[in-house]
Design a protein around this ligand. Structure first.
Ligand code: CMP
Length: 139
């Protein structure tokens, strides 16, 4: 099934100049970047994007981190791409993310309030539709 997913290169990835490396891995896997934009996300967009995490202890630090610099947002298309991008990204916690994954190979673990793990990928078809509408309303 051809699907679309929302990918964000988070501020740590942009700061470390890993945007190309992250998108390279996604394209090398056979997926297509159909929209791409570098952008400084405002608090409203981030709160909407992460609405499901409201109330969690890392919610405020997460919004602060995601607003700490530009992100690169992309819509990526391909067969089973939602699951595929999450597999490429690896586990949320960079310490245990498998080698070979984006986070396992490239993310660093810091003693911070929020997991800075380089990349976001939508976790379900419902999340993908919602997130793509938020970040790319014209698509
Ligand atoms: P992401 O896939 O973008 O979705 C929510 C983000 O919150 C996640 O990546 C991490 O950056 C962060 N996160 C998730 N769980 C935790 C946690 N337990 N502590 C701190 N940050 C977290």
């Amino acid at each position: 099934t051809t699907e679309r997913t929302l990918v964000l290169v988070k501020p740590d990835g942009v700061r470390r100049a890993l945007t190309g490396e992250i998108l390279r891995r996604i394209e090398a896997k056979g997926y297509t970047v159909v929209a791409l934009e570098r952008r400084s996300a405002d608090a409203d967009l981030l709160a909407a994007h992460y609405a499901e995490h409201e109330g969690k202890p890392f919610f405020a630090p997460l919004l602060e981190f995601m607003g700490s610099g530009p992100v690169v947002a992309a819509v990526v298309e391909g067969n089973r791409v939602i699951e595929g991008v999450r597999s490429l990204a690896g586990a949320t916690d960079p310490t245990v993310a498998a080698p070979g994954t984006i986070r396992g190979d490239l993310a660093r673990t810091w003693d911070t309030a929020v997991v800075q793990n380089l990349v976001h990928g939508s976790d379900s078809p419902e999340s993908a539709a919602r997130e793509i509408a938020l970040w790319f309303p014209s698509l």
